[in-house]
Design a protein around this ligand. Structure first.
Ligand code: ATR
Length: 292
């Protein structure tokens, strides 16, 4: 069979926009596939690369990318805190969340840090359940890690009236609440979850429980109001035990893949000039990477 090489060559021009994701390791990251899809969809002259960078090289690598003319980078584990010190300016939400996942290089060379995890969380819920109202009822959040903090800050910014925060290690939840310092956050004992379900409009799992290879999240959802929405930031599996249990009792569920997809939008928009859409075709494309 003839091989038409012209169909398979993708070249970059001298003015290509360049971006990537820095992590250590980074091979598991879905971001190159996700951003690559949008680049192809919009016919953009650009590239988004996986960039494995060891912690000791992190600061110099960021500055080198800037000097090479990159538009920006995403930053993932273990660099989300270190990047804080490299940035010249931080968005208000990055300061409040205490971590950066999206870096943009300004024309004057300044390194600008932002955190789009909370944006991704809210946008995912809005797209999946357009009728959602964050302002009228309490939200219940399980966990106390980095993703949890981004979610709490974003819910407070959406005028959520009360956040019930439960973590196995209560002192971590208390430290997070003290740090965010908003009277709407109530720290509750981990084993009291079933007592504070009945008037919650939203239940969020931000722990690693329920992820492939981790123990299940054991929670009795019987007291949950019928109209409450349940979401999980775990997306492997896509339908966690928590989501299956909630669905079985008639609650609306939102899986965690959408948060990953939506959090990528602000970076793509800034670097490549288009606010891209999260579609079912994109979801399928990103999920297919797990099977390759
Ligand atoms: P992140 O990546 O969001 O920063 P992390 O720091 O790894 O997250 O935290 C994982 C979360 O899962 C924590 O809230 C952790 O609870 P602890 O603070 O008590 O460690 C929670 N978690 C992990 N294993 C758990 C288990 N077996 N039971 C209950 N919670 C668990």
């Amino acid at each position: 069979m003839d091989f038409d090489i012209s169909n398979n060559i993708r070249t970059l021009s001298g003015t290509s926009r360049l971006a990537g994701v820095m992590g250590w390791p980074v091979a598991h990251s879905k971001s190159p596939r996700l951003q690559g899809y949008w680049l192809a969809k919009h016919g953009i002259d650009g590239s988004y690369m996986p960039l494995p960078v060891a912690p000791e090289n992190f600061a110099s690598a960021v500055k080198s990318l800037r000097d090479l003319g990159f538009a920006g980078v995403n930053v993932t584990i273990p660099h989300k805190q270190a990047v804080f010190d490299v940035c010249d300016e931080l968005s208000v939400r990055a300061q409040r969340i205490g971590a950066v996942n999206t870096v943009t290089f300004a024309p004057d060379g300044k390194i600008l840090g932002d955190n789009t995890d909370g944006f991704g969380f809210i946008e995912n819920l809005r797209q999946s359940t357009p009728e959602i109202d964050f302002t009228s009822s309490p939200a219940m959040i399980l966990g106390a890690g980095g993703a949890c903090r981004a979610i709490i800050v974003s819910l407070l910014d959406e005028n959520c009236p009360e956040i019930r925060l439960l973590n196995r290690t209560k002192s971590r939840a208390q430290a997070l609440a003290d740090d965010v310092n908003d009277p709407r956050i109530q720290v509750i004992d981990w084993n009291q979850a079933h007592h504070c379900l009945d008037d919650a409009a939203l239940l969020v799992n931000t722990t690693s429980l329920g992820m492939i290879g981790q123990p299940p999240l054991e929670i009795d959802l019987a007291g949950l109001a019928a109209q409450a929405i349940v979401t999980d930031i775990v997306y492997a599996p896509l339908k966690t035990g928590l989501l299956a249990q909630a669905e079985a009792q008639g609650n609306r569920i939102v899986d965690g893949l959408g948060m990953l997809l939506h959090q990528a939008r602000p970076g793509f928009h800034r670097w490549f000039g288009v606010d891209p859409a999260v579609t079912s075709e994109l979801r399928d494309f990103v999920l297919a990477s797990a099977q390759e």
